[in-house]
Design a protein around this ligand. Structure first.
Ligand SMILES: [Fe+2]
Length: 192
């Protein structure tokens, strides 16, 4: 039976410093994300074994952990070292300006979405396949408000485990500095 696997990062754990520390990246990837993968596989094992005795609980576990795995997989790829240029993404830039009027306004809207998550969650940029346009969304935990048939283009984790060691409870500072590590080329590639 196919199992989900923790993806390798395409950069080293200290690459995102000083925006995100090596310590956070190690814990986040090796403990948190690995935990979601493990629990998603465990829930699938129960289903594969045909054990429906606690189906509601198992499906809830699967929804939380599998979406956690998917979101984190996009999150890692949404970032790269802060000293790398972010200029080579003309298609994304154009589409963002069409949809949100200006890049500056998009960043404000996205950042406000991230900052206003109640408790644990995400801000994501989605590709709406219906009208070939962008949407900014908030996701609670890993799965509430999660939409299918939208392509995940960019994901920002605002769970406390993503920033607390570096920023304590100052999520706003984390979100504002996160723009320095966004990998726009990755978003660009997803549009092609
Ligand atoms: Fe996370």
């Amino acid at each position: 039976m196919k199992k989900y696997k923790l993806p390798d990062l395409i950069y080293s754990y200290n690459s995102l410093e000083p925006v995100i520390s090596e310590e956070i990246m190690q814990l986040h990837h090796r403990k948190h994300h690995a935990g979601y993968v493990k629990k998603a596989n465990k829930a699938l094992e129960v289903l594969d074994a045909g054990d429906y005795s606690n189906i509601k609980h198992v499906l809830r576990d699967l929804s939380f952990n599998l979406n956690g795995h998917k979101l984190h997989s996009v999150f890692w790829k949404s970032m790269r070292a802060p000293d790398e240029s972010n200029s080579s993404s003309p298609k994304v830039k154009k589409k963002i300006e069409e949809k949100f009027k200006s890049f500056k306004r998009f960043k404000e809207l996205f950042a406000n979405t991230a900052k206003s998550v109640e408790g644990s969650g995400w801000a994501v940029l989605l590709g709406n396949e219906r009208n070939d346009n962008f949407e900014i969304m908030q996701i609670e935990n890993h799965n509430k408000l999660y939409l299918t048939n939208y392509k995940l283009l960019l994901a920002l984790d605002v769970w406390e485990h993503a920033y607390y060691l570096d920023y304590k409870n100052d999520r706003n500072e984390y979100v504002d500095r996160w723009w320095n590590v966004v990998n726009w080329d990755e978003v660009e590639q997803k549009l092609i």
